[in-house]
Write a protein that binds this ligand. Sequence first.
Ligand code: NG6
Ligand code: CA
Length: 520
Amino acid sequence: MRLLPRSPRLPLLRLCLLVAALAPGARAAAEARPNVIVIMADDLGYGDVSAYGATELATPHIDRLAAEGLRFTSGYCSASTCTPTRYSFLTGAYAFRRKGTGIAPPNGRLVVPPEVPTGASVLRAAGYRTAVIGKWHLGLGGEKGPDWNGEIRPGPREIGFEHSFLLPTTNDRVPQVYVRNGRVLNLDPADPLWVGDRSPSPDHVTGLSHRSTLKMDWSHGHNGTIHNGISRIGFYTGGHAARFRDEDLADKWVEQSVAWLEQVRDQPFFLFFASHDLHVPRMPHERFHGATKLGFRGDSIAQFDWSVGELMKALDRLGLAERTLVVLCSDNGPVMDDGYQDGALEKRGAHRAGGPFRGGKYSVYEGGTRTPFIARWKGRIRPGVSDAVVCTIDLPASLAALAGAAVPAGAFPDSFDLSGALLGRADAAGRDHLIQQDNGQAGNYGFREGRWKLVRHDSRSAYHSVVERSLAREPAPQFQLFDLETDPGETRDVSAAHPEVAARLQARLAELIAAGRSRG
Ligand code: NG6
Ligand code: CA
């Protein structure tokens, strides 16, 4: 961090700045700026972690993180699918406020406009080194989408990440290549990469034409181009030297992250570690096959837990554990069958991925967004459990506050500075309300205010969890009210018993949606 201007013509100013910079308060503030690692799991449910009550599998590394930090019991992501949660995590704005923020297709353009400030750009401007490593799924490139054979711009670099090493979409979508700082890694120009949403030729090998050859069969969709014995959403040809094995993703994220941490260890840093576990296709490394009795879904959780342990080990080895705030969260709630026959449902036994909550991925019931949320900063956060309501959408404002970074006017319109609650300060509160959304197109919302939870389904084709959807005989009612204190599983609609609460929440939700922002 450069505190002093270099101009020799301003000796007095330099002197004043020097004195100010060395004043105990200023020095303490600078020293107190934490490094930050946000570890975001993919599709990890509240009940998928032993620290959150799972009994059918063990997550020792995540449990250690929880034991050394604050485990939130009302920690949320803002949406029950991936792209909108990630959009809001970066921009501090609810994704339903912006069109085109639903699940991004293989050739989708970057959904965060480069002029919009992000948590990464604000920390970068404050002198942090910034990187994103792992699953991106926020689109890449301009209007025409990514130029797979050239420079892929705009992308993470244009929105604040000086370093990026990405799985561009999500691994059930094409293509299976890494994109490092705007270029497909190991791409042979003689074998260009083509990506599309239509089969490129009648004889193109797909999960439909060659279903019997697959090492993991699909159950719905996911029957396009085959790579590594798994058929995907979408089609691609070429780029063979650049293609990775699904089994190696977790190792790659850890290897790349540890290398980057070693490189930046002496400067303040922000690492967004975006694991692909446990999204489909769940194909963990061979050494995790059978790690749990729950099949590849459980084994992917074991692999994710291992990744968390490796990052903690690196922080310990580099002497950074006491200078680094680690936040562990998920991008949406759990799902069993999300397109492949991997035995998740058949092998789940007594495991309840959503914990005590109703719904999961795609749903605005609690299970869709209430997910594991842990904050650890050794020596600063007193270990414990917190019931403060915190959400991934609050990280931009909270991290900026902890870093002493200036937030541009109008930025982060729905992100609250909850740094006090994250650090477990007794006098600091969490949110007093939170809007939960699904993928964002259907107009469905959850709205939590204290103990109350309003559910608003504007669409008759409302998403529940996949299981609920297949069982549902009736369309969801438009409004439901639940008392989370006595009924965390959202089983009893109490709107008739509390009409004034239902009306107040309906009005406040409508107001917050119409206002375009939740902060002044
Ligand atoms: C859905 C896919 C699902 C998954 C999801 C994105 C079908 C039928 N379903 O459209 O498999 O890819 O998108 O998941 O294709 S997310 O976690 O990245 O949001
Ligand atoms: Ca996800």
